[in-house]
Design a binder for this molecule. Structure first.
Ligand code: ADP
Ligand code: MG
Length: 367
């Protein structure tokens, strides 16, 4: 196990493209870190700099407190699994697993022991004699992971390893990788564009956009305490609803209705935004349907149901509040009819507010 330090890491490619800006992160021994963000945000570039496959243009990378910028991939003690994992097609699972060790000249009986132990961890014992083409996508992916973990490494790097699997296999492999991590204890960095993978697997998540870190935090931190509109919209499915409004006398107008922000924000904060545009946010699941009983400390809305999606455990309701579109997540038994009116409430404690121009979160009063 190793702890890693990334200090002011930058990547400028030879064509002048600045792919990663001032990346700072401390990774603890044995931690499972996920880099998440849309395609092109610099996740793979950062991972490849950590692996030693791409040089670091500026900044310092340390393993256990020792500078590693100049070290090659082997010396860093890293193993990596890529999105397109190439197994040797003419070799059995056993030989695919053994290959790296054979090249290193490890004794056959030691190799056998390691192959059997790795196959056991990954549930591949029954398939050791098979060729890759006789395996399912998930089994092949497990062989690829096995090839990486068979060498005892301190640092395990994975770049979108599940993207070639179908939805069901992805869910299974997700928990398998988490369990492998628990068993091996290797410090792990996992790259994905999928927020669900990030949320379910990570100890801590690094959210990236356009080469910049947006936020670093636990899944809980990012969901409940996003620092800006990007993170708030990226984490959570369906995403947070955002509605823009201009603050006038401490109020904004949403769907033709006055929303008195003094219920959630302090006077001095609101004073600062008087006359400016803000973005009001609430999560689809953070609402309550109006049911005739008295509700306090909520904003009440009414809208027209445009579409419903019954997903089994919940229903997504697409609603139009006087021209403002939002998505609500409701209990499937409360699924409303399309074209009917629906009343709902957003508890004050579930409201987010952002500065529309900086996109930064505005701190609200604890309610
Ligand atoms: P991600 O893995 O998050 O999808 P990458 O790290 O692969 O993103 O790429 C980040 C950015 O750097 C992208 O805009 C990509 O086009 C660019 N990029 C990647 N490799 C190179 C390269 N060798 N030369 C120039 N630009 C590159
Ligand atoms: Mg990538």
């Amino acid at each position: 196990m190793a702890y890693l330090t990334l200090k002011g890491i930058n990547k400028i490619y030879p064509n002048g493209f600045h792919a990663v800006h001032d990346f700072n992160l401390e990774i603890e021994k044995g931690e499972f870190i996920v880099f998440v963000g849309s395609s092109g945000c610099g996740k793979s570039t950062t991972l490849r700099m950590i692996a030693g496959l791409e040089n670091i243009s500026k900044g310092e990378f340390l393993i256990d407190g020792v500078r590693a910028n100049e070290k090659g991939p082997r010396e860093r003690g890293v193993a990596m699994v890529f999105q397109s994992y190439a197994l040797y097609p003419h070799m059995t699972v056993y030989d695919n697993l053994a290959f790296g060790l054979t090249l290193q000249g490890v004794d056959d009986d030691v190799i056998e022991k390691k192959v059997l132990a790795t196959a056991e961890i990954l549930g591949l014992t029954k398939y050791l004699d098979r060729l890759p083409r006789a395996l399912s996508g998930g089994q092949r992916q497990r062989v690829a992971v096995g090839r990486a973990i068979i060498r005892k490494v301190d640092i395990f790097l994975m770049d979108e390893p599940l993207s070639n699997l179908d939805a069901k296999q992805r869910v299974t492999m997700r928990s398998e990788i988490t369990q492998i991590h628990r068993r091996t204890g290797a410090t792990t960095i996992y790259v994905t564009h999928d927020q669900t993978e990030a949320m379910t697997m990570a100890d801590r998540i690094v959210v990236m956009k356009d080469g910049y870190i947006q936020q670093i935090g636990t899944p809980h931190d990012l969901y409940f305490d996003p620092v800006n509109i990007f993170v708030a919209g990226f984490i959570g499915e369906p995403p947070m609803n955002f509605i823009d409004g201009t603050v006038k006398n401490g109020k904004i107008v949403i769907g033709g209705k006055d929303i008195d922000l003094s219920a959630v924000a302090d006077k001095d904060v609101l004073g600062k935004y008087e006359g400016s545009e803000v973005t009001f946010g609430f999560r689809p699941e953070a609402i309550k349907l109006l049911n005739g009983t008295n509700m306090e400390n909520v904003y009440k809305f009414c809208g027209t149901v445009e579409l419903t999606e019954m997903l089994g455990d919940n229903t997504n309701v697409y609603i139009d509040i006087n021209g403002v579109k939002s998505i609500l997540k409701v209990d499937p038994h409360d699924t409303p009819r399309v074209d009917t009116d629906l009343g709902f409430a957003i508890p004050y404690k579930n409201v987010y507010l952002f500065d529309k121009h900086t996109e930064k979160r505005i701190k609200l009063r604890a309610v």
